[in-house]
Design a protein around this ligand. Structure first.
Ligand code: NAD
Length: 359
């Protein structure tokens, strides 16, 4: 038995978590699920969006499947997703973007993997609020030490990029490429403008690439990368990106393969791995049994591969692919017409996947 923490999240989280759990169980994988909560729903009763029991369970099991969690905009608590990545030092976010037959998309045969640095950059959560004393102190210091002047009514977010952080993520991208039989790693940056952060990222990327010369290496400026991915995605293989660009390009690449509904992800650290869909908690669909469970189910496929349950992972991925290819028992977002009355609900799509697995 492998112990796995199942974080049910909020918004559409609990319903897709249930669907994913049922599909993974149907493969026969020997998983002992520890169900834990996080997000706005548990906030009222636990007084925190991330109860200690959830953190302890992840720490003990070192493995979690996590449904999405809402991050209120502007106010409220800071992102639990970012917080979890920081406390467990989940430095690598791996997002495969693969075309499945039957998914409506402008492209076919896309098979890209994004490796996003998960702990640094503007997402490090080092922020100074407009009007606060420490913000004024920081602005004064910066104005004294820089030719550029910052307005006193500014808010400030800090973008740290380190040698150590860049080395380990770029090395991870090369190791991943080698393990998965992939040919090329592309490092993405804006080194022409942010010389001391993205410039450092590029310099370190090149140094790591020189030690991994069996795999092809190239770099791209992030804006050019966006255009290239839209025009000729087939030229790319494994992309390694700082946190913010990684976040944005993950959604772009999810769009290339048919949308957020089919984009899985894994957050990997030295000790702990958390698997989750790329999409968020889509609060407007909460409780409607409407949304697509596939991204979280495919995150389960990544989890099964991670723990060496390759046969179970293949069974589940093939079942998902078959249901999508048939296009019958799929949610509204996978139908040609989003108002198609033959679209099925979240649990019904999971049932169809389970039926393919169990025969
Ligand atoms: P979202 O991904 O939740 O939803 C955007 C739109 O995508 C939805 O309105 C819906 O049309 C579609 N969509 C998303 N998931 C779908 C699914 N499974 N099936 C069908 N359609 C789906 O993005 P958002 O609205 O920007 O974010 C909502 C909340 O989720 C925010 O608070 C955000 O911070 C949070 N979020 C959490 C995570 C996470 O937990 N890892 C990731 C991204 C966003």
């Amino acid at each position: 038995m492998t112990n796995v923490t199942l974080i049910t999240g909020d918004g559409i989280g609990p319903e897709i978590a249930q669907a994913a759990q049922r599909c993974i169980n149907a493969t026969g994988a020997k998983i002992n699920w520890e169900i834990r909560e996080a997000g706005i729903d548990v906030m009222a009763k636990a007084g925190t969006p991330l109860p200690d029991s959830t953190v302890e369970s992840i720490k003990k099991n070192a493995l979690a499947l996590k449904a999405p969690i809402t991050t209120p905009v502007g106010a409220g608590f800071r992102s639990i997703n970012v917080h979890l990545r920081q406390i467990f030092d989940l430095y690598a976010c791996v997002r495969p973007c693969k075309s499945y037959k039957g998914v409506r998309s402008r492209y076919s045969n896309i098979d890209l993997v994004l490796v996003r640095e998960n702990t640094e950059d503007l997402y490090a959560g080092i922020e100074f609020e407009k009007g606060k004393d420490d913000t004024a102190e920081l602005i004064n210091w910066l104005n004294k030490h820089s030719k550029k002047q910052i307005r006193s009514d500014s808010g400030i977010s800090i973008k740290p990029i380190s040698v150590a952080g860049t080395e380990r993520i770029v090395q991870y991208a090369f190791d991943y490429a080698r393990k998965m039989g992939r040919m090329k790693v592309t490092s993405v940056h804006k080194a022409n403008i942010m010389k001391f952060t993205d410039g450092l990222w590029l310099e370190v990327s090149r140094q790591v690439a020189a030690k991994n010369s069996d795999i092809e290496f190239e770099d791209r400026i992030v804006d050019n990368m966006c255009m290239q991915l839209v025009q000729k995605p087939e030229l790319y293989d494994v992309l390694v990106l700082p946190n913010l660009y990684g976040d944005i390009l993950s959604d772009l690449c999810a769009g290339l393969v048919g949308g957020l509904g089919v984009a899985p992800g894994a957050n990997i650290g030295e000790k702990v791995a958390i698997f989750e869909a790329t999409h968020g908690s889509a609060p407007k669909y909460k409780g409607l049994n409407k949304v697509n469970p596939v991204a979280l189910i495919l995150s389960g496929v990544l989890l099964l591969r991670h723990i060496g349950n390759t046969a179970e992972a293949n069974k589940l991925e093939n079942a998902v692919a078959a249901v999508i290819a048939e296009g019958k028992d799929v949610t509204y977002d996978m139908k040609a017409d989003r108002n198609d009355p033959t679209a099925v609900g979240t649990q019904e799509m999971a049932n169809a996947i389970i039926k393919k697995i169990t025969g």
